[in-house]
Design a protein around this ligand. Structure first.
Ligand code: GDP
Ligand code: ZN
Length: 294
């Protein structure tokens, strides 16, 4: 049967097979010989043993993989932002959404603290760019059922600047979430491996990837997107990218750039293009060895 690894601890992979308790499994020696290390998030083929445990027989192909934390098959990144204090810098939203796009995750932008500030301008900016967006309040519960619906049946990772309300939202979605994660965190203690511990926690009929005790999915910790891949990570650039005068146009300051024309005509938001240039400049500074190891 097949399932998904939701946790790895003390030599066991805990596999959720869709019915009841996860099955503790050992890895087959031949996986090691194939240099295939199962990751949390991996979809795997398992066989059951009489004692209730199982064996991981094979790892199914991954749709994506993250290094920090080491996790596979994230379906969706929930980018939490806030128009109230601490106000989210749109550059951060652009960076996180580009990361989602590059990794092949759906990007859902979730504006929290709508009881204080509904962030209508940002909502229309990101809707205009083609992103699904939600306005929620962890405080009043407003919009939380829409977020729950967007999470059902998927593995999501929450990201966003500190203080936007990620923990509050997770607790609104799944009462006791913080307690559960806190207990895991306590059990792990302060060992060297704790920063690498990642688990998929059941939330609202789906799973949320979290590293107990640490802000999960901190984009700062992630590898940078190579500059060649960056324009494709800005989804609203797509209709224009192939219309530039020069092949290999970087869409930064080139003459005859169709992306820049679209910015000038107001079809692409200026702030989005500015973020693109900022990320492009950053990507130029990544040494080649950094890129090749990804
Ligand atoms: P995190 O750092 O992203 O996990 O943010 P927290 O969940 O710890 O929330 C930070 C602060 O914002 C806490 O004081 C929360 O009570 C508050 N907060 C979170 N969500 C909301 C909300 O929807 N409305 C209001 N008014 N405050 C909120
Ligand atoms: Zn161009």
């Amino acid at each position: 049967m097949t399932g998904q690894i939701i946790k790895a601890l003390s030599g066991f992979y805990y596999v959720d097979a869709g019915k009841g308790q996860p099955v503790p499994c050992r890895g087959r020696g031949r996986l090691r010989h194939q240099k295939a290390t199962p990751l949390v998030g991996d979809r795997v083929e398992i066989s059951r043993l009489d004692d209730g445990t199982g064996m991981v027989e094979a790892i199914l192909p991954r749709k994506n993989q993250f290094r920090r934390p080491m996790v596979a098959n994230i379906d969706q990144m929930v980018i939490v932002a806030s128009g109230a204090i601490p106000v989210t810098d749109p550059f951060l939203i652009d960076r996180m959404s580009a990361m989602a796009e590059w990794k092949g995750c759906e990007g859902l932008i979730c504006f929290n603290k709508c009881d204080l500030e509904r962030a209508e301008d940002l909502v229309s900016l990101y809707r205009g760019a083609g992103f699904p967006t939600l306005q929620v309040s962890a405080e009043t519960g407003d919009g939380i059922s829409d977020l729950a619906a967007a999470i059902t049946g998927k593995v999501s990772a929450f990201t966003g600047n500190s203080g936007v309300g990620k923990s509050s939202i997770l607790n609104a979605l799944q009462p006791g979430f913080g307690l559960q994660v806190g207990e895991v965190s306590e059990k792990l203690g302060r060992g060297r491996h704790t920063t690498r511990h990642v688990e998929l926690f059941p939330v609202a009929g789906g799973f949320v990837a979290d590293t107990p005790g640490f802000s999960s999915f901190d984009v700062e910790q992630m590898e940078a997107i190579p500059k060649e891949a960056l324009a494709s990570a800005f989804r609203e650039f797509a209709p224009y990218m192939d219309l530039c005068r020069f092949q290999g146009c970087a869409h930064v300051k080139e003459k005859g750039c169709a992306v820049r024309e679209a910015v000038a005509e107001g079809k692409i938001a200026l702030s989005r293009h500015k973020s693109y240039i900022r990320l492009y400049e950053q990507a130029r500074e990544i040494p080649d060895w950094e890129i090749s190891k990804n």
